[in-house]
Design a binder for this molecule. Structure first.
Ligand SMILES: [Zn+2]
Length: 133
């Protein structure tokens, strides 16, 4: 279940640049990648609404409700700062399937951490905090 390696395809020049930069800042490649992921700021792309077919779908941040069954009991977790795709015209909301799959897995890590540390299960998680390594 736990993959130790995440493979990235780079050509020789790109690999040399990565190694040079890591050396320059006295970081291992692993540390540099983790720092880069933490520092990365992107823009969630807008998508075409499948109901009204216009390029009207924008991203807004609103809480997302996530339900997880823990030890046979339903646990509702509010995910705050979640960038939801939302259509301004017909009010439809969209979830990117890949993002949802990864988010689900990340939430499970948080639940397992709470159980392991014998802390109460989370009722609210900050999406921005979840993305930090
Ligand atoms: Zn629409």
């Amino acid at each position: 279940m736990t993959e130790k390696y995440l493979v990235v395809q780079l050509d020789e020049r790109e690999k040399t640049i990565a190694k040079l930069k890591a050396s320059l800042y006295a970081l291992s490649i692993d540390e540099m990648v983790k720092q880069s992921v933490n520092d990365m700021q992107g823009i969630v792309p807008t998508i075409t609404c499948s109901y009204c077919n216009g390029q009207t779908t924008v991203t807004r941040k609103k809480p997302k409700q996530h339900t997880e069954i823990v030890c046979g009991k339903e646990q509702i977790i509010q995910i705050i700062n979640y960038p939801q795709n939302y259509c301004d015209v017909c009010n439809a909301e969209y979830d990117d399937m890949d993002v949802s799959i990864h988010l689900k897995k990340l939430i499970k890590f948080e639940i397992l951490k709470s159980i392991r540390l014998e802390q109460p299960l989370p009722e609210e998680l900050d999406f921005e905090e979840l993305l930090k390594m």
